[in-house]
Design a protein around this ligand. Structure first.
Ligand SMILES: Cc1cc2nc3c(=O)[nH]c(=O)nc-3n(C[C@H](O)[C@H](O)[C@H](O)COP(=O)(O)OP(=O)(O)OC[C@H]3O[C@@H](n4cnc5c(N)ncnc54)[C@H](O)[C@@H]3O)c2cc1C
Length: 405
């Protein structure tokens, strides 16, 4: 084989692509030539490097969904992996808080879901116990998830990359895949740093996964709609207001969890993220616009169908994004003592959320198996928590599709 010829090329060096590559090389196909191609100069700088850093326990997701299965299994594998590879994490626990009576039914449903999903240690608690765990919160009842934790997912992803390379895999950075053509029985991936040949492709391109699938004529029924999540950071003098992770009861119509407080593994306390339509796929700032990408969103029929259903929430998110007062008011529902001057603008992340042609926001992970490719078309939260389980699943799909040759 020529030095740029591979059995499998994984497109995208985020946590999912790197987990998949590691599983391929370490477990399934040690003798295959496998490469990861990443468009940026560094690995894991997009969703993997811009998230809340929470190790979710698996409460929110519909029983039998891939999110439920991969999250619950993924946590176990992730913690084992971190112990073996000396990656720091902390199981600080999380409370989901009902502020008033109207939220009690939904909180109870979350308890039932989490229990059905096999999440260990879940407990419904009253206000006294809640005050022991989080002394500064409001709330009449809460769901306590002691196993939920915090971690640096970029560190995890870079460790997957190291293990992959140690097993003999190649990583190309600064190599955006621009076009994929079929030639002489294989796929030619045209990248910024030259062509690569592959028998098979695994598409883990995150915010661009739909584009990459389209390069192979697949996945036309969904579009990635980018939703920016903006954070504030709590001033260090006010860190004592948050012991662990403090969440509201979410709106069940959306896959987003509502603005919450997160103590991260580096010791900062963040508040957010909201969920605002982004006009650029990697648009981390409000003013970021990419006209071609925005047009891509606006010309997709599913976007308008989704907007018709959820326009009120969407406008509310935009309004809150530009009005700190409104953001603070929502945060004060959870911790009344928090004041606007306690919060400074923080970072942001952009979620790759797939929407179908009929306007449905895809609730579950969506991984499509083609003949010569596997496409990961929807892997939002809890994708990082689930990364090892998703990687294993992709490798199983790949083995079914690609066989041994
Ligand atoms: C605001 C926010 C908060 C979140 N919080 C959590 C959380 O607390 N816990 C949790 O479990 N999950 C969380 N998530 C979800 C989690 O971050 C994602 O599920 C996970 O990072 C997805 O990883 P990925 O590898 O699919 O995507 P990415 O990390 O985005 O990686 C995709 C990679 O593909 C590359 N790429 C794209 N196009 C090309 C191309 N043409 N050629 C080559 N390379 C290409 C990109 O540069 C990128 O590096 C959050 C996400 C966001 C945005």
């Amino acid at each position: 084989m020529d030095s740029r010829e591979y059995d499998v090329v994984v497109i995208g060096g985020g946590i999912i692509g790197l987990s998949t590559a590691m599983h391929l090389k370490e477990d399934k196909y040690p003798n295959w030539r496998v490469a990861v191609v990443e468009k940026d100069e560094e690995l894991a700088t997009h969703q993997t490097g811009h998230n809340s850093g929470v190790i979710h326990s698996g409460i929110y997701y519909r029983p039998d969904s891939q999110k439920a299965r991969f999250c619950v299994a993924g946590v176990k594998s992730l913690l084992r992996f971190c112990d073996e590879n000396e990656i720091e994490y902390e199981r600080c626990g999380k409370v989901i808080i009902a502020i008033d009576e109207s939220e009690l039914g939904r909180l109870e449903s979350l308890h039932e879901r989490g229990t059905a999903n096999g999440v260990e240690g879940l407990e419904m608690i009253g206000p006294e116990r809640l005050k022991e765990i989080e002394p500064h919160v409001a709330g009449i009842r809460a769901l306590w998830a002691p196993g939920t934790g915090i971690i640096d997912y970029r560190k995890v992803a870079l460790t997957y990359a190291n293990r992959f390379q140690q097993a003999g895999g190649d990583v190309f950075t600064g190599a955006a895949v621009r076009r994929i053509v079929r030639s002489q029985g294989s796929l030619v991936l045209e990248t910024e740093t030259g062509d690569l040949r592959a028998k098979h492709v695994i598409n883990c391109a995150g915010l661009y996964a739909d584009r990459v699938a389209q390069m192979m004529g697949e996945g036309r029924d969904v579009r990635i709609i980018p939703f920016r999540g903006e954070y504030y950071t709590l001033r260090p003098e006010r860190h004592h207001l948050v012991s662990g992770l403090i969440y509201p009861v979410p709106d069940p119509r959306f896959p987003f969890l509502g603005v919450h407080y997160t103590r991260n593994i580096h010791g900062q306390v963040e508040a957010g993220p909201n969920a605002v339509l982004a006009l650029k796929r990697e648009g981390y700032r409000k003013q970021d616009i990419n006209p071609a990408e925005a047009m891509g969103t606006f010309t997709f029929p599913g976007f308008w169908k989704m907007s018709m259903k959820h326009w009120k929430t969407g406008l509310g998110e935009i309004y809150r994004s530009y009005n700190k007062r409104v953001f603070v008011r929502d945060l004060q529902r959870l911790i009344p003592e928090v004041q606007a001057e306690d919060l400074a603008p923080g970072g942001s992340g952009v979620r790759a959320q797939a929407v179908s042609r009929d306007g449905a926001i895809l609730d579950d992970f969506h991984i499509l198996r083609g003949r010569e490719a596997v496409h990961v078309l929807n892997a939002p939260s809890p994708g990082a928590t689930s990364s090892l389980a998703i990687g294993e699943h992709i490798v199983e799909l790949a083995a079914e599709a690609f066989g041994d040759a």
